[in-house]
Design a protein around this ligand. Structure first.
Ligand SMILES: [Zn+2]
Length: 411
């Protein structure tokens, strides 16, 4: 007989349905979730639970069950920290001024170059374990703190090892075009990235570029994307229009980007391009909050245009050190004035779409991975209302509990 685990006595079960329509939350009460071979089998009413039918039963005590959160934009493999810069920013220096002075990303580059592969693996593993405890069940990780061949490859090898050992959905992105290393101009370094792009094809699923004033231009973005397509990368993503409008968003969308990320300064023209191309807009309110930014992306105009929204932490040591998607949910609601339903759809189905994983996870639908979280209460809106508390009691990945007493509390 097929082994079926019955997660019963669920007070409120949330799924995200998306077939043939704009995604919507579906709430079921007093039900049970059946899981076989790590995937959702089906949902039945609690009154239909027959205790003889299952290989195992788990009593969830009337709590709320949601799809696991998906963090579709992180830089979580890195060494060191940038707390000194945080203090400089509080004294009035901007993020981009710090970058131009040769600090910022380059500080992390130095620390990451010096770290061994095992050291990077262990710190990243602890971060992911912590993120899982907080409810994240699928991840994206970018390279970009090497800016040389050895370190960029070292970072992506660490990512591959994490994917193999942790057995969670994990998308890897080569982001050589993150900044220019010391001693090279942007143009010189960009040509180097282009020349060596094919060497990263077997290490990463996609490419990304930091298209911003004083970093890479729209012309660089266009050349990188065209070359990446030829080399065989399927997923093109870009950091665009975060600090000023450069036109990166509509150019990336037109070239078939799977996601455009940040988007604080996009225009109606850019929104139209996202709409036409079906590119997902990845929003990271934690970065705005941490950097003390005043400008939010035009979220409501994107919703009206039918653009798919995703939410992510941007977990990185400079502009967004948080790795907590629950915080991102709370910030998205208050900074963007969106409802809990809209924020939760963006942090599950939307983020899964940004990784092309939406058929496999993000909805808690039959056939999808049984990646879900059990809250401490029976109302998922508590995540938004009592903001700042960890409301995740249990996290399941492919039907297996992945949090517990041995979880690290810090890294
Ligand atoms: Zn980023």
């Amino acid at each position: 007989m097929e082994k079926v685990i019955c997660f019963r006595n669920i007070g409120e079960l949330i799924q995200v349905q998306s077939r043939r329509q704009t995604p919507k939350l579906v709430k079921k009460t007093r039900c049970a979730l059946l899981v076989s071979q790590g995937r959702v089998n089906r949902v039945i009413r609690e009154s239909e639970v027959n205790h003889h039918d299952f290989s195992r039963e788990v009593d969830l005590k009337g709590r709320s069950v949601l799809p696991g959160l998906v963090d579709c934009h992180t830089h979580l493999i890195f060494a060191g920290d940038r707390k000194d810069e945080m203090e400089q920013r509080m004294a009035g220096t901007s993020y981009m001024e710090i970058h131009k002075n040769g600090d910022g990303i380059l500080n992390t580059v130095n620390a990451t170059r010096q770290a061994t592969e095992d050291e990077l693996y262990e710190t990243a593993r602890l971060r992911i374990r912590r993120m899982m405890t907080l409810g994240t069940t699928a991840f994206e990780i970018k390279s970009g703190y090497g800016l040389d061949l050895d370190t960029e490859k070292k970072m992506l090898r660490v990512g591959q090892r994490l994917r193999k050992n942790l057995r969670v959905p994990l998308t890897l992105t080569y982001m050589g075009a993150h900044a220019a290393p010391q001693g090279k101009t942007i143009q010189q370094y960009f040509e180097f990235v282009m020349e060596h792009l094919p060497e990263f094809r077997n290490l990463a699923d996609g490419v990304d570029i930091f298209c911003e004033r004083d970093v890479f231009t729209v012309a660089h973005l266009r050349r990188l994307f065209l070359h990446a397509k030829l080399v065989g990368f399927h997923q093109l993503r870009a950091h665009v229009d975060e600090f000023a409008h450069q036109g990166g968003c509509h150019n990336a969308a037109r070239l078939g980007a799977i996601s455009c990320d940040h988007l604080e300064h996009i225009t109606p023209h850019d929104i139209r391009a996202l709409q036409l191309s079906g590119t997902t807009a990845v929003l990271m309110p934690g970065v705005t909050f941490f950097l003390g930014g005043k400008k939010n992306p035009p979220v409501h105009a994107m919703i009206e245009a039918g653009v798919t929204l995703a939410l992510a932490t941007d977990c990185n040591p400079g502009s967004g050190p948080s790795y907590n998607m629950q915080t991102v949910l709370g910030l998205a609601q208050s900074l963007y004035r969106i409802t809990p339903d809209q924020a939760l759809i963006a942090a599950t189905h939307g983020s899964a779409r940004a990784l092309d994983g939406h058929n496999d996870y993000g909805g808690l639908l039959p056939g999808q991975r049984a990646d879900f979280i059990v809250l401490k209460t029976n109302d998922y809106r508590d995540l938004f209302y009592y903001f700042g508390e960890n409301f995740v009691d249990q996290t399941y990945s492919a039907g297996k509990k992945v949090n517990g007493e041995k979880d690290p509390v810090a890294f």
